[in-house]
Design a protein around this ligand. Sequence first.
Ligand SMILES: Nc1ncnc2c1ncn2[C@@H]1O[C@H](COP(=O)(O)OP(=O)(O)O)[C@@H](O)[C@H]1O
Ligand code: SF4
Ligand SMILES: [Mg+2]
Length: 340
Amino acid sequence: MAILHLEHLAIDLQTAGRLRRVVHDVTFRLAEGEAVGLVGESGAGKSLTSRAVIRLLPDGARVHGAILMEGRSITDMSRESLRSYRLSEVAMIFQDPRAHVNPVRRVGDFLTEALVERGEDRKKALEIVTGLLATVGIEDAERRMRQYPHELSGGLLQRVMIAAALSISPKLLLADEPTTALDVTTQSDVMVHLDAQRRGRGLAMVFVTHDLELAIAVCDRIAVLYAGHLVEDSPAAHLHEKALHPYTRGLLASRPSPTLRRERLAAIPGRPLSGLEVQEGCVFCSRCAHAQERCQKERPVLRELGDARVACHRAEELLEGGRSGGADGAEFEVRVGDRG
Ligand SMILES: Nc1ncnc2c1ncn2[C@@H]1O[C@H](COP(=O)(O)OP(=O)(O)O)[C@@H](O)[C@H]1O
Ligand code: SF4
Ligand SMILES: [Mg+2]
């Protein structure tokens, strides 16, 4: 059985006094120990999708479809079951750790909070989290636990958050852009610890990022979101060679490659749409170089193609035409990039 199963997930939010759909259709399964990268540009619905899994949506949000954790519906859970779910099965790491800690509580109190709430003896909880801090590369754990969040750098605090997430021994980790707010050196430091701990413990993970290359490096599968729709779900290892959706290829082409020295970077024309702006037809139509009349009228459904799933009318045709893995940017507008 899948550890997590999203089936036609849709999310409506209260905006300007009425409910409007921002996430339209997201379906995927996550196996035990598997990591899926939820990738897409800003506004695609990545954060809302991951937050729905732990029921942390804005007030007034409405969820449609199914979110199942080992077969149990998250949306139907009672308060008591939800509390227990959050204390023992699923943990979340956010982009901005400072927004998720109480600034007037010591790091040690924050770290032991979930374990103590779960009924663990405080001394035992302290022992557990001290060990966890060492595993995420924080050596002077006892001193750190006496400190307040403002005394720690962003990178250290994010590692504290990882330790806090691991403290409950969850089955599923939700990580929403966990390194985006950090400087580049700290980013890789934090990522190395997160990745090592996840793999070592065999945790399943939903890894939210706008950085497709990073997702490919740390995840087994990549789920690409565009305007609140899942448009591709492919094995990470195949993506460079065989990306199926024109949008995925656009994302691949628009990122500087460490191995390819290009004078200019390709960019997907136009701007990303949010789920609020979706019109008739394919959601990517307004930016797609391969759009045809059918694309403007008929929304492609997500369907299986080999070991992947894709929502594009022309996926096979484009694959046969040799445009797959076209990370050379030939099918996209080329703009001046920041590498020379
Ligand atoms: N609290 C909110 N109130 C109203 N609209 C929101 C709220 N949060 C997100 N949205 C809308 O939902 C869309 C998807 O948001 P989000 O999941 O945060 O995107 P992503 O994480 O992919 O950048 C955004 O374009 C935004 O318009
Ligand atoms: S369905 Fe048409 S517009 Fe949409 S991605 Fe495929 S080719 Fe492009
Ligand atoms: Mg986000």
